[in-house]
Design a protein around this ligand. Structure first.
Ligand SMILES: *Cc1c(COP(=O)(O)O)cnc(C)c1O
Ligand code: SF4
Length: 324
């Protein structure tokens, strides 16, 4: 029997009760009135992030991303359950082949946290089958695939044991050069990057790329920096994607600070996403015009390599569409 790893213990301590979170955040009755008490997309928030939220405030940039608000019930006119048309590209419930040379594996539905604006908040995750035999066989048969993207949910929700097995199978696919992780897990629980994971990733013969997801400089801290430095030691490339969110990061000052902070952790900004119009997320919408203004100003303030590509996902297009 393995001892339960620290990250799993921390994950178990996540806030999932709205009442407890409201008490912890010391919300007054006026603020409590705005909180959504019941939602099919349940509260899920690591203590580390909850501790960074300003008390008795619903305007905190971290709080806004995770506290369910009654505003979610306002449905924007262009909102969809599946805004990026994921369902059209399913080769199986766990394999999306949307773009040339890249296959996306939905590894798990579990996340370390639930972000209220998530475009997969309504995604019909397959839960019955836990192996990836069919998916790996499909990638193998298509030959042309050079990269496998591990997504979810969050691939780091899988145990080290599961990951080890999956990565071993992916390693055996000849055409695959790159294994990419799309993960937000370390932002909430940096302890996920433990010695065993480093050992597993460090031993791979393929190039490994991590695309982190952070939206605000407050999400980054010294513990995360330490853990990421172990990935850098293993020559893993670290990039970041951000979603442009009203009341969280829709300002040039914040995105500037985020870029500087990311590079100090060895992470390059990659994408700034225009929000996908998902049901329940309309109160996060920033206009494309405002996004363009922010990026234009950001370009003047930071080196070119610290300016993320401002993109949006247009269903049916063969790549992300660059807005600016
Ligand atoms: C964006 C996206 C990709 C490709 O990502 P790039 O970083 O543009 O290569 C692949 N699959 C899905 C489902 C995506 O949304
Ligand atoms: S961690 Fe990623 S996949 Fe999970 S809820 Fe947040 S945005 Fe969605």
């Amino acid at each position: 029997m393995h001892a339960v790893p620290l990250w799993k213990k921390l994950l178990k301590q996540n806030f999932s009760s709205i009442e407890k979170l409201m008490d912890f955040l010391e919300l007054d009755s006026e603020n409590r009135d705005k909180v959504l008490l019941k939602s099919s997309f349940i509260l899920n928030l690591p203590i580390r992030l909850a501790e960074k939220i300003e008390k008795n405030s619903l305007d905190d940039p971290i709080g806004r991303q995770f506290i369910p608000l009654k505003e979610e019930n306002k449905v924007g006119e262009d909102c969809k359950e599946d805004p990026v048309n994921d369902c059209t590209f399913q080769l199986s419930p766990k394999l999306l082949q949307k773009y040339q040379s890249r296959s996306l594996l939905i590894t798990t539905s579990a996340c370390a946290m639930h972000c209220r604006y998530c475009f997969r908040r309504n995604y019909p995750y397959e839960t019955s089958k836990s192996d990836f035999d069919f998916e790996i066989e499909s990638i193998k048969k298509s030959f042309s695939q050079k990269e496998v993207i591990l997504s979810g949910g969050d691939p780091l929700s899988l145990s080290n044991e599961k990951l080890r097995g999956l990565l071993k199978e992916l390693e055996s696919l000849e055409s695959i050069q790159i294994i990419r992780f799309h993960t937000r897990f370390p932002i909430g629980i940096p302890e996920r990057i433990d010695d065993e994971l480093i050992e597993i990733l460090g031993g791979l013969s393929k190039k490994v790329v991590f695309i982190l997801h952070t939206n605000h400089p407050k999400e980054l801290d010294d513990e995360l920096k330490l853990r990421l430095s172990h990935l850098l030691e293993k020559k893993i490339t670290l990039l970041n994607q951000t979603v442009l969110l009203k009341g969280v990061n829709d300002s040039v000052n914040i995105l500037e600070e985020l870029s500087w902070k990311l590079i100090s952790l060895g992470v390059l900004p990659y994408y700034l996403h225009q929000l996908d119009p998902v049901k329940g997320g309309s109160h996060f919408k920033v206009t494309e015009e405002k996004g363009k203004e922010i990026i234009s100003e950001l370009k003047k303030r930071v080196p070119g390599y610290l300016v993320p590509k401002f993109v949006r996902e247009i269903p049916g297009e063969l790549s992300k569409t660059i807005i600016l």
